[in-house]
Design a protein around this ligand. Structure first.
Ligand code: UGA
Length: 436
């Protein structure tokens, strides 16, 4: 099949590369010329494990191209996938300007039957809007379909090539048939539904996952007060098939470009339909608070924040999760900001997200370190905010030597007490008894 993918962000780029891997001819389009130039020259503008190898392979086979010429890309394609951003507007609602612009260009480029697929996460009813825009600019026959994406940053290639399910929201049998063909080698779990339900499945899935996280984080907070261990509790809960073991990892809350944006958008969508989504509002509020638990633990161990003046605090991990350089809505942003506000000196280190973090939060009191050990030097405490593999392999005997006080506040619960048995470390985590 000939496929055009409009938008080369996470979803567009990974989808484009993976559709090429399935044997299709794919043209990825973006308005940002610099980005396209990087891609044309063999670069990948995002950090995503495995993506470059797959892109190189398909480029060599002539199945993957990049252009900023939307009209040409659409003209050459049977399936046109819209994967542009839907950033949050001032009230949390999804901003649809890029979707609408893409629809206009598709309409102008139509030269025969095509299926226009919306992959971006969009409020219920957006596909119909796209249909109207395209229809207003062409007499050609086309169909519209919603095929939401469920990939995670950091495992995006695997999630796309081995998905749990494919959701196809479409009314036209011809479009359904074409899209089933396109995805049939990926999974037997293909759900065909109406367009509005497909749009809702994406929001409801992300909102539910966010709910699981805020739920376990509140359980963790209670565990701390009553002396229970949330990891034990989550294991015990997760063995119930109705609950499942996933997304019950307590910590400093979710970040990233998806959960924060989509939960707020769904609250807004509900509100527009005159429904007060109370549960989801609480999920968002719990998540906002949860990251400050790290600061509470610093206060509990070092003393009130006014005593933080001039004190060095190591910060291990800035990305919103491991295996990505993405810092959007990362808990580290608020935590480092709070440290700065109280006069502390954050000594930050992340294996890949340093530049991105600096472009969002740069401050003279931040020390940018080249290793986890350097971030620990002369520190009163280390706050671990992202569960990078390299932190799990830390030699704490060496770290202890360079710190002023061997104190680790682990926001991701990556260690057990055994880890510190030969050290002087005082170890705090989330929802578990302190150790040391
Ligand atoms: C999320 C969804 O998992 C994808 O299915 C969806 O396609 C994507 O959003 C999207 O809408 O595009 P992503 O944001 O890449 O993917 O990352 P996740 O792995 O879901 O993690 C999100 C956040 O939740 C991270 O900050 C992570 O640290 C946190 N998390 C996750 C927890 O705190 N606890 C957990 O148990 C799981």
């Amino acid at each position: 099949m000939n496929i055009a993918v409009i938008g080369t962000g996470y979803v567009g780029l990974v989808s484009g590369v993976c559709y090429a891997e399935l044997g299709n001819h794919v043209i990825c389009v973006d308005k940002e010329k610099d980005k396209i130039r990087v891609l044309q020259e063999g670069g990948i503008p995002i950090y995503e494990p495995g993506l470059k190898q797959l892109a190189d392979h398909n480029r060599e086979l002539g199945r993957l191209q990049f252009t900023f010429d939307t009209l040409e890309a659409v003209r050459q394609s049977d399936v046109v996938i819209i994967a542009v951003g839907t950033p949050p507007g001032p009230r949390g609602e999804a901003d649809l300007q890029y979707i609408e612009a893409a629809a206009r260009e598709i309409g102008d480029a139509m030269n025969g039957y095509k299926v226009v697929v919306v992959k971006s996460t969009v409020p219920v009813g957006t596909n119909e809007k796209v249909q109207q825009i395209v229809r207003s600019r062409t007499d050609q026959v086309f169909d519209i379909a919603s095929v939401p994406e469920f990939l995670r940053e950091g495992s995006a290639v695997r999630d796309t090539l081995y998905p749990d399910r494919i959701v196809i929201g479409a009314e036209s049998p011809q479009a359904v048939e074409l899209l089933k063909q396109l995805h049939q080698s990926l999974t037997p779990e293909i759900i065909v539904t109406d367009i509005r339900s497909a749009e809702m499945i994406k929001y409801a899935s992300n909102a539910f996952l966010a709910t699981k996280i805020s739920f376990i984080n509140e359980i963790a907070n209670i565990c701390e007060k009553v002396g229970a261990d949330v990891t034990e509790v989550a294991t015990g809960m997760g063995l119930d098939h109705r609950i499942g073991p996933h997304f019950l990892q307590a910590g400093i809350g979710y970040g990233g470009s998806c959960f924060p944006k989509d939960t707020k958008a769904l609250i807004q969508i509900a509100g527009n339909a005159d429904y007060d989504f109370k549960l989801l509002k609480s999920v968002v509020e719990v998540n906002r608070q949860q990251r400050f638990g790290i600061i509470d633990k610093l206060i509990a161990t070092i003393g009130p924040m006014q005593r933080m003046e001039g004190k060095k605090v190591g910060v291990w991990g800035l990305a919103f999760k491991p295996d990505t350089d993405d810092v959007r809505e990362a808990p580290a942003l608020d935590i480092v900001q709070t440290l700065i506000e109280h006069g502390a000196i954050p000594k930050v280190y992340d294996p890949v997200a340093m530049d991105n973090f600096r472009s969002v939060l740069d401050h003279p009191s931040i020390h940018w370190c080249r290793s986890a050990l350097e971030a620990a030097e002369e520190a009163e405490a280390i706050c671990l905010l992202t569960e990078w593999k390299e932190f799990k392999q830390t030699d704490f005997k060496a770290v202890e030597q360079v710190m002023l006080r061997p104190l680790l506040i682990d926001g991701r619960n990556i260690f057990g007490p055994q880890h510190f048995k030969d050290t002087q470390f005082l170890y705090y985590s989330v929802g578990r008894p302190a150790f040391g």
